[in-house]
Design a protein around this ligand. Structure first.
Ligand code: AGP
Length: 372
């Protein structure tokens, strides 16, 4: 009903708008006044977490994209090797695990069969399993050693939005907590990141306030045959997520690539007028990455692509090569997906609506996939 949708036409629009609160609620009570994390609900003793020598993340779809981003954060902040794999592939390749492996299963619904089977397999090998889940008491957390709940509230639309942002928050918390208990790189950088994490609800709100030009652009692309998405570093999984949203909602050919892979094949796809969305990392910090992606944008534009560039406020280097420029607030590189994903959600939702599709219930899809 209209009341359930809180005045929005679709649950998806309501859920996109709820993201600042979802992010804030997922952080709530987990950052102490001393700037340290308290994740009491983790139930895996700190001693065990100190001895973990490998993290393996398993998930499907959008939750898998959250896991890909988590890998960058975990390895950078903790120096623990981390693998991430789609749950449906994981157990069939006879993965190597033991009691010093931490398996992180990410699932909004907590009922995804592929993810459940992967975690059962992990537990049989003696691994510790931590679930990141949005649904209280669902099967995946019940069968895990511990659970960190995301507090997105119920997500009704089939396309995941607010659950994804809260999965990212939970992944950052796990990575930072591992750093905290193990003392790795624990210092100013990490304290700074925790502070910045606290500012993210405000930044998500800022992005939401500037989405009208994105909606307008989406409507103008309703007849495009295909849209490509490029990113580097954590922008790469964001590109994959942008493409997945467009496939699910607009039934369009959409593909995400690591921008550095362009010249290894995908650049052959570029033709006159092809819309290409590029997620640009911050020019601060790892500026080499930034420079490389700016040359990628030049390359595709020279071949006729219509460039849609998502770049941080104040990044002037991209301006000459952006046919459309979408600004996001400046954040630490690893946290950028919390803001860069939002325009892609809005873009896909609006484009699908312009094509006349029902965005809450896309064809052929179920909210949770409870078969293998
Ligand atoms: C996202 O938009 C999808 N509908 C889908 O990829 C989903 O993220 C995936 O099926 C995993 O679901 P889960 O988080 O409930 O396990």
């Amino acid at each position: 009903s209209a009341a359930e949708k809180g005045g929005y036409d679709y649950f998806m629009l309501k859920e996109i708008a709820e993201q600042p609160k979802a992010v804030a609620d997922t952080l709530l009570g987990r950052i102490g006044t001393d700037g340290r994390l308290t994740l009491d609900e983790l139930r895996i003793p700190d001693q065990v977490l100190r001895e973990i020598d490998k993290v393996v993340i398993v998930a499907c779809g959008t939750a898998f994209h959250a896991g890909m981003i988590a890998k960058y954060a975990i390895e950078h902040w903790t120096r623990i090797p981390c693998e991430v794999e789609v749950a449906s592939e994981f157990r069939y390749r006879d993965p190597i695990m033991d009691d010093r492996t931490l398996v992180v299963a990410i699932s909004q619904s907590g009922e995804t069969m592929d993810t459940l089977m992967a975690l059962r397999h992990a537990r049989e090998q003696g691994a510790k399993v931590l679930a990141i889940c949005n649904t209280n008491g669902s099967t995946i957390p019940r069968e895990s050693d511990a659970v960190l709940y995301t507090h997105a509230g119920p997500e009704v639309a089939v396309a995941s939005t607010k659950a994804f942002l809260t999965q990212l928050v939970a992944c950052y918390l796990v990575a930072l907590y591992l750093g905290q208990v193990r003392g790795t790189k624990w210092g100013d950088e990490i304290f700074g990141i925790i502070r910045e994490l606290g500012d993210m609800p405000k930044h998500v709100e800022e992005v939401l306030g500037t989405m009208e030009p994105v909606r307008e652009l989406a409507r103008s692309l309703a007849d495009a045959r295909s849209v490509l998405f490029l990113g580097r570093h954590v922008g790469f999984p964001v590109a994959l997520e942008g493409a997945l949203k467009l496939k699910e909602l607009a039934y369009m050919h959409a593909e995400g690539f690591a921008a550095g892979e362009l010249k290894h094949g995908p650049i052959a796809l570029i033709e006159d007028g092809l819309p290409v969305v590029v997620v640009v990392p911050s020019p601060r910090g790892r500026s080499i990455l930034h420079d490389k992606i700016v040359s990628n944008i030049q390359e595709i534009r020279a071949r006729g692509a219509r460039t849609i560039v998502i770049a941080e406020e104040g990044d002037e280097a991209v301006v000459p090569y952006a046919d459309h420029l979408i600004r996001i607030p400046a954040t630490p590189t690893l946290l950028q997906p919390l803001v860069s994903t939002v325009p892609l959600q809005v873009f896909a939702c609006e484009l699908a609506t312009a094509k006349g599709h029902e965005v809450d219930q896309p064809r052929n899809l179920a909210k949770s996939v409870t078969v293998e």
